[in-house]
Design a protein around this ligand. Sequence first.
Ligand code: SAH
Length: 477
Amino acid sequence: MQKNDMIELTITDLSVEGSGIGKFQGMTFFVKDTVIGDVIFAKIMKLKKNYGYARLMEIKEASPNRVEPHCVYARACGGCQLQQMSYESQLAFKEKKIRDNLIRLGGFSKEELYEVMEPVVGMEHPFGYRNKAQFPVGYDRDGNVVTGFYAGRTHNIIPNTDCALGVPVNRMVLETVLSYMRAQRVSAYQEATGKGLVRHVLIRCGFDSKEIMVCLVINGRELPGEGKLAEMLKKIPGMTSISLNVNTQKTNVILGRETRTIWGRDTIKDALYLRNVSDFSRTGKKTVYQISPQSFYQVNPLQTEKLYSLVLDYAALTGKETVWDLYCGIGTISLFLAANARKVYGVEIVPKAVEDARKNARLNGIGNAEFFLGKAEEVLPEFYGRAKAGGAKEDMLHPDVIVVDPPRKGCDEKCLDTMLKMRPGRIVYVSCDSATLARDLRVLKGGGYEVRKVRGVDQFGETVHVETVCLLSRKAQ
Ligand code: SAH
């Protein structure tokens, strides 16, 4: 067996990254763009000791779960991994991914999960759901300025102005930016040399408000003819905020620290509706948010409404409770909770997001939410220490509920440790990576908590990612 050999494989499983898995002569092969049940011909690309990677060349027999990808770039682009799978089988994959991680890394038994896991919450339309897109800007082979997406595992740009997961206005914005760049001879940033000006175009669209924000990330402080750019962009219906973000670092991090508005407002608004958790229909209650370019805001607003409504349901608030909302971003979950709690304390590391959170509380007439800037693993122990010494309020020491919604790396050990010391009655854990969730649940279980409910919410159709929400309660002692 060697590189470039053609082999026939039956796909029997999927890796967590969404690659199909098949066996040939005892070796395990990973093949992108395949579906469980496919029988395929593949070309060996890379051989390791016990496994290898192969490229899909021909489908001999298609799995019943295979569908025609929606987007012509689906195979080349690194953004979607599951477009060739029917949406139902994507959901089954995601539910299995959560379950496997909880068993393998969280020490759960199958029986235990059977008791607590509820069916994954799917989307009505798994395309056109993203309210945010960050398109890299660069050059094609002929030296033309292009925007697009990175090809899988690389930083080569596939020219594209229209992502199937995003909103139609993205195209208009990108074409406007490109024609401005061509007319004004503005250069695109090149990663290899660190030269060139325009790095990324960030577009956000309020699904409820229809407000649009465009932020150009530039490798410098000025954009030649920026007035012209604003002039052109502001003609797009809904345009509300146009800004420049300065990022002169040689880094993969998209946004720099400094943002300057060149037209319109600094932020856009959007609203999220509370939903009935029985059928996920919208109630009339909504919370309004203002969002800065730098702030985190969930990318799939319709599914976020379901997710937050589940968080509120799991928190089981009666109006008397004190709640900590750790990793609170612009206060989205905090404000959902505040209407039903006595007091909510939010903690967030990004200064602009905390600013937004405070403004959002005022915007919604909420007076019982307070926000603190800092790392959850520092702010929480500090308050705990102070409260114990009598320097902070008793309710901060022993809240009724703690909600956490950390980034992919999960919660810091110090944060988990303090949560356990605070002995809340319930913990609601929202996670975008079920592997780190599993690791953290193991710690919380060891500290006297029981997992009551686990539910996946699909925020990212066509990709391998899935959000999980989990309810833990303190065991009676
Ligand atoms: N709950 C919010 C945000 C979730 S995303 C929402 O649903 O919109 C995770 C957030 O955690 C981001 O806003 C990020 O800036 C913040 N964050 C990352 N590390 C952190 C830390 N160590 N302490 C506090 N916040 C952190």
